[in-house]
Design a protein around this ligand. Structure first.
Ligand SMILES: [Cu+2]
Length: 606
């Protein structure tokens, strides 16, 4: 189909033709979600999580939605603003609410919470706390306070309740958050403020073709292990529709904010010119990933957006007549192409822009805090992503809980897997030992990718989602912003993997904590131990320290010593009774008073 500039009569005829011949139509403009902006530094909104009928590639299905629309509203805010949002969970009761907890397995599909993906905000209380649960019939008031120096960019919100994240994001539950660029020309090239900004949220449904509703988890069995949600995956939608036009004037530059809000597939875009049988790629300029600006603009033929990630692209409308389209491809975890189609038709119409628009000569800094210098790093650690292929073939239904792990630990709500300190930075090596790809994501603070397979990158890149290729090592630098302490998570953003347990809890200790938590100095303590809901803490004395006289101290989260023990040489385990301790997070520190000092156990008492 050929679409001429500025010819609506022809467009109408073509629309009719394709209705009659049932060829692909590009009749309508791809809609933009309703925008809500902050007023007097405050954005107030309500998300009613409720069932609604939505149209998915011509089929009407019953799905859980935010306020009945797909995607949810776009929030536009500025650094320093506060976002207050009430989440009303109006979904029906969980059919499996009274069944036994099946561990790391999709279940309780209608319990929810809210995550603001990529924002630097507190993970505590009613802020970005993904350990909260909002049951059907319940409501929760969230408050997210953005720091004054928050990076401008493209972020998004979605549910993040462990064991229901997959089912809910497989119902396209997502909305975008735009943090506005600062108007100060010293920070932002004024050209950047001139582009019309369009947000494109890619999402999909997994639905049951018999009931025409979004699939819910089936009871765990040996057979259901790998297909916990029945039904089929829809093709990827763009802002809730399958395809459409994007109108631009000749020479116009628009900023496209691309958000991969699918539960698994990777999204890849190419801008093409189609002339008869010839297809040529039209390069565009990518300026940011995950809301974080590059050091300098990149001219690219394709843009690949991993699950959960974002990409900001400056799209320039050609001044030459022709048919211009954007091809959308989706790929699975092994990079196999799931679908490829033309999703965007560029409708180049109107008078050419005069004076001509310019690309920016410089980009704002990704982070006002700047790159992480060598002397800022206080320690290193290794983070392993594994899939235990043997566990899956085990007919024991609990085996699934151990299949998807980070540092050999599947997710446990009551366990802190990694402790770091606010106001410091660390260098981590993320190692994907499995044969799948995994999009690694961490909340609260983004990170700087500095090396791949120990080869330093010429230009480090800031991200909050990093696609880990199989059998590959990534070195990242990670700064824990001083004002945000509390418990948060790192996980795989393939949401089935996350619900299956590929998530760890990270505790960001307050910068004032006197606990010297430095597990990298004692490799025997690795992985930083897993403990549960306890009446006692049992600490293994590292072999290196067993021939020494030691002291072991139990501390609370602020570093106050609670119980102190003298440990005789050749002791292998030390036990602390904690059944009388008030609920909270505790640490055990072992020291010989000189050479060795090791915090070996971090646990939550309930
Ligand atoms: Cu994964």
């Amino acid at each position: 189909m050929y679409m001429k500039r500025n010819n609506s009569a022809l467009k109408n005829i073509l629309f009719l033709c394709c209705l009659l011949t049932s060829t692909v139509c590009y009749a309508g403009e791809i809609p933009q979600a309703t925008v809500k902006s902050s007023v007097n530094r405050l954005l107030n909104d309500t998300l009613n999580l409720k069932m609604a009928n939505v149209s998915v590639f011509g089929r009407t299905i019953s799905a859980s939605t935010y306020n009945g629309v797909v995607p949810g509203v776009t929030w536009r805010v500025s650094p320093g603003d506060t976002i207050r949002v009430r989440v009303n969970n109006q979904l029906p009761p969980n059919p499996d609410q009274d069944s036994a907890d099946q561990g790391n397995y999709p279940q309780r599909a209608n319990t929810t919470n809210l995550h603001v993906h990529g924002l630097n905000v507190s993970p505590k209380g009613n802020s970005d706390n993904v350990l909260l649960s909002i049951l059907p019939g319940e409501s929760l008031d969230y408050e997210f306070v953005l720091p004054n120096n928050h990076s401008a960019g493209t972020y998004w919100y979605h549910p993040h309740h462990h064991t229901s994240t997959y089912a809910q994001v497989a119902s396209s539950l997502a909305g975008s958050i735009i943090i506005e660029d600062q108007p100060d020309p010293a920070i932002t090239d004024p050209n950047i403020l001139k582009y019309e900004s369009k947000v494109f949220v890619f999402s999909m449904f997994r639905y049951d073709t018999l009931t025409n509703s979004v699939a819910v988890p089936v009871r765990l069995s040996a057979k259901s292990k790998f297909k916990p949600l029945t039904g089929i995956d829809s093709p990827v939608l763009v802002n809730g529709v399958s395809e459409g036009t994007v109108t631009m004037r000749p020479g116009e530059i628009q900023r496209w904010r691309l958000i991969n809000a699918t539960f698994e597939p990777l999204v890849k875009l190419r801008w093409l010119k189609i002339s008869g049988a010839d297809t040529t790629v039209v390069p565009q300029n990518e300026i940011a990933v995950d809301g974080l600006y590059f050091g300098s603009m990149k001219t690219v033929d394709t843009v690949m957006v991993p699950t959960g990630a974002r990409s900001d692209v400056l799209v320039t409308a050609p001044t030459e007549a022709g048919r211009y389209v954007v091809e959308l491809a989706t790929l699975d975890a092994q990079f196999r192409i799931l679908e490829r189609r033309i999703a965007f038709e560029l409708n180049i119409t109107g008078e050419p822009i005069t004076p001509a628009m310019s690309l920016p000569s410089r980009l704002p800094a990704a982070q006002q805090r700047g790159a992480i210098a060598d002397n800022e790093i206080v320690g290193t650690r290794e983070i392993y992503f594994d899939i235990d292929e043997t566990a899956g073939s085990n007919p024991d239904s609990t085996a699934i809980s151990r299949m998807f792990t980070i540092n050999n630990s599947p997710f446990n709500h009551d366990v802190v897997n990694i402790a770091v300190r606010a106001g410091t930075a660390e260098e981590w090596t993320i190692i994907n030992r499995s044969s799948d790809t995994h999009p690694f994501h961490i909340h609260v603070n983004e990170f700087e990718v500095v090396a791949i397979n120990d080869v330093k990158l010429e230009t480090p890149v800031w991200r909050d989602v990093l696609l880990l290729l199989p059998k590959t090592r990534y070195t990242i630098r990670h700064r824990f912003i001083a004002e945000f302490d509390g418990k948060t998570v790192l996980h795989c953003h393939y949401l089935p993997h996350e619900d299956w347990g590929m998530m760890n809890i990270v505790e960001i200790l307050p910068s004032t904590s006197s606990v010297n938590e430095r597990p990298w100095e004692e490799p025997l303590a690795f992985p930083n131990p897993v403990v549960g809901r306890f009446s006692k803490f049992q600490l293994r004395v590292p072999e290196l320290m067993q021939n020494k006289a030691l002291t072991a101290t139990l501390y609370d989260i602020t570093g106050n010593p609670i119980i102190h023990k003298v440990v005789e040489p050749n002791t292998t385990t030390v036990v602390f009774e904690v059944h009388d301790a008030p609920a909270g997070t505790y640490y055990v520190r072992l020291t010989d008073g000189g050479t060795f000092s090791n915090t070996d156990m971090i646990g939550l008492v309930r």
